[in-house]
Design a protein around this ligand. Structure first.
Ligand SMILES: *Cc1c(COP(=O)(O)O)cnc(C)c1O
Length: 387
């Protein structure tokens, strides 16, 4: 089925991006800043009581940092490099959290010296490092959640600990002179099942109550992470529906007096603002009788499309060519057989598609530039334009 532009972009936005793209040589991604601003506003109106911490890893471009800085966003940071970048854009340390649970003691110290006071953890070793390098800091513990089956890009297994361990860590945090501040979770990126938030919030509620009753510790914050959807081939519920349901789950468990709520969107804020434009290098058949054609493009797994790994994220692909469609295998330009984007899931592209034609990969504003290799086969990193 051909992709419909209007399912993904407002007509004038698409025309503006296409007109800009027509002037550039492929491959590159063009990102519309107004779309990001609109997504931010939409998230704020869906969750008016929440504090937003943009997950910088989704796209660390200075243009996006500045835009979100001016909108009042906070920033979820995972490394000293991201920290330097965001702070050099004039973001104050009070607007930053160190959300990576895997970090060196000297990096914790670096954040602390820069003024950051909000730290995630999920292990005793890391907690003890924080107590030494960042005395008195606010701590939130990341718990494991289910939902990896319904998330297109799961994040849960590597991070987070069991709720019982979260209790132990928060009690230890207090003993070590830190502030036991809250609980975080991430239900998995591009999470299609909203009920996963219900289960996660219920776990948080139990931790809040047990700490209060058994240890006299009152937690103040829930960090609900990211996971909100972008528009890819598989349609999802609207952000409004996510918000209505999640707010209902929160009120069921916490009543009207909600603790401080943090959201850490990455994908949902940025993805739909981007279009990656590539050019067809070759179209080939592997034998005289082969039914399937291979379409090789000048962009691949190593130049921005790593999320096609296991065909996890299925980007909508649009082309100006019309006419009869045929199933194709889509692959990148490098000398690595892993550089095949879609083989099992059958994309249809027009039979008259030929070398030099452009493919437009929709919803590619997030996790493309930041994942692009620097020099594989000599190909440069993915270019990006922010308009
Ligand atoms: C990657 C990440 C996010 C962003 O998740 P999305 O699904 O892209 O919104 C948020 N929080 C943490 C801790 C992350 O690692």
């Amino acid at each position: 089925m051909p992709i419909k532009i209007e399912d993904y972009y407002a007509r004038d936005t698409f025309q503006k991006m296409k007109a800009f793209a027509d002037q550039q040589e492929t491959p590159f991604v063009v990102i519309d800043k107004q779309t990001i601003a609109d997504s931010y506003d939409q998230l704020v109106s869906c969750f008016p009581f929440a504090k937003i911490y943009y997950a910088v890893k989704a796209n660390p471009a200075i243009e996006i940092t500045e835009l979100l800085r001016d909108k009042g966003s906070n920033f979820d940071i995972a490394s000293i490099y991201e920290l330097d970048k965001v702070m050099s854009a004039g973001v104050a340390a009070e607007r930053i959290s160190y959300g990576n649970t895997i970090k060196k003691a000297r990096d914790i110290r670096y954040f602390y010296e820069k003024g950051v006071r909000l730290f995630a953890t999920d292990s005793e070793a890391d907690l003890r490092n924080i107590a030494k390098a960042a005395p008195g800091a606010k701590i939130y513990v990341r718990i494991l959640t289910e939902g990896s089956n319904s998330a297109d890009w799961p994040l849960s297994r590597k991070f987070g600990c069991n709720p019982d361990m979260a209790l132990d860590l928060l009690i230890l945090a207090k003993q070590l002179g830190l502030v036991p501040y809250g609980i975080s979770f991430h239900v998995g990126s591009q999470q299609r099942d909203i009920d996963v938030w219900d289960a996660a919030i219920a776990k948080v509620k139990v931790i809040f109550e047990r700490l209060k009753e058994e240890d006299g510790i009152t937690l103040q914050m829930i960090n609900m992470g990211g996971g909100f959807p972008a528009n890819y081939i598989a349609r999802t519920n609207s952000l409004e529906t996510y918000a209505e349901e999640i707010i209902r789950f929160l009120k069921e468990d916490f009543g009207d007096e909600l603790p401080e709520i943090i959201l850490e969107p990455g994908r949902s804020l940025i993805a739909n603002a981007g279009i990656l434009v590539s050019e067809v290098v070759l179209v080939a058949r592997k034998s005289r009788t082969a039914v399937e054609r291979w379409v090789y493009t000048d962009v691949g797994k190593f130049s921005g499309l790593i999320e096609t790994m296991d065909e996890s994220i299925k980007f909508p692909i649009w082309t100006e060519k019309k006419g009869e469609m045929e199933e194709v295998i889509i692959a990148g330009p490098t000398c690595d057989s892993a550089d095949i984007m879609y083989e099992n899931y059958k994309y249809g592209l027009p039979l008259n598609l030929a070398s030099g034609d452009r493919l437009y990969w929709f919803s590619t504003g997030a996790y493309t530039t930041s994942y692009s290799a620097v020099e594989f086969n000599g190909f440069p990193p993915l270019k990006a334009f922010y308009i």
